[in-house]
Write a protein that binds this ligand. Sequence first.
Ligand code: PLP
Length: 416
Amino acid sequence: DLVAHNASLSDEPFRVNNAFRLDPDPRKVNLSIGVFRSDQAAPWPLPVVQKAEQIIHQEQDPYRHEYKGIIGDEGFLSAARDLAFGFDKTTHQQDANRVVSVQAISGTGANHIGAMLIARRFRPINVWLPDPTWSNHYTIWDFVGVRCRAYPYYDEVAQSMNLEAMVGTLSTQACKGDAIVLQACAHNPTGTDPTRDEWKKIALTCRQLGLIVLFDSAYQGFATGNVDDDAWAVRYFFGQKLDICVAQSFSKNFGLYGQRVGVLHVALAEPSAEDAAAILSELTHFIRAEYSTAPGWGSTIVKRVLKDPELRSQWIQDLGTMSRRIRSMREALFRKLVELQTPGSWEHLLTQVGMFSYTGLGPRQVSVMRRQHHIYMLQSGRISLSGLVSEQLTSMQVQSSNVSYVASCIDNVIRD
Ligand code: PLP
């Protein structure tokens, strides 16, 4: 039932986004899909990406459209691995050797081949998914034939992480060797991440129960604005020598959504040379069967940026531009609701992190927002904050502000 329910929602962002596009009402606002939008409510190709593209074009490398090899571009893979695990010149080779990395069709593809590997190699009885989560997790794990179970993650009333219930459920119901999906940062859809102390407790629970962990890392740089802080949990689990996989996406933090750039990293606690070779061979086998070799353009851009100190520092600035804009929309919406004295507490808009806010609006209110006010959000009450444009920007004649409108409609449905 859980799978059917979530599968029916799995293309919800795309469905809602489409309904928005077809809506002729001039007041319409799109808060549905998880993509960054500029102050003009338009796509924002990162300046650093445009610069890297120009450089690569100028080089006219005759090999640029050749096959990349089954596991992908080695230079890209090592740069992606260093970003996820924080490796640098001081890292012991032994640690680096623990990680097997292959290119994937973005975060979704990395989740998929990670799930496939875990299903075939570790044979878990259940996979534990956060409640709520990105609904595609259900589709992905259902496809590989592992039973999906939900662990409590978010307390709707307290509007915060529910660690006690999470640990309690896992401790009493998980089977030894089960799999668990953890979102590395900027949890979708709640915008609520564990604190470092909470991560430590989660790691301990995973160890005690012998769980294999799949970190879904789709938003590195979007939670705190700092790529190292956002990778803290992954690095802690790695340092604690837990068995982990990391499904890493470059869709959001490079704005390369359609390029499908991602990596699956597999880091077992103490893999023998045979384990590493067997994992690589199994992953190679899946990839060969599914798409043979990874797409090349997006990964070439990411490699270039991550390996060039100047481009890399511009990327960090671009990430800052995106995360600052999202944060300022949180504040703008919060201020308007407080001004309107909308019933309830709205502090969670400020304390949540990343691209989304879990507003607390229920399905009926979401439906009124859409039917009466032409504001599009997900049924769970999740909004994508970069769909908002604030007043300060309107004075610059960029596009009409919608924060006041959205706040007054929220006020309206709450009081209804
Ligand atoms: N994981 C989570 C939690 C997401 O929110 C998303 C995208 O919305 C993804 C993974 C995968 O995105 P992509 O396949 O575009 O990298």
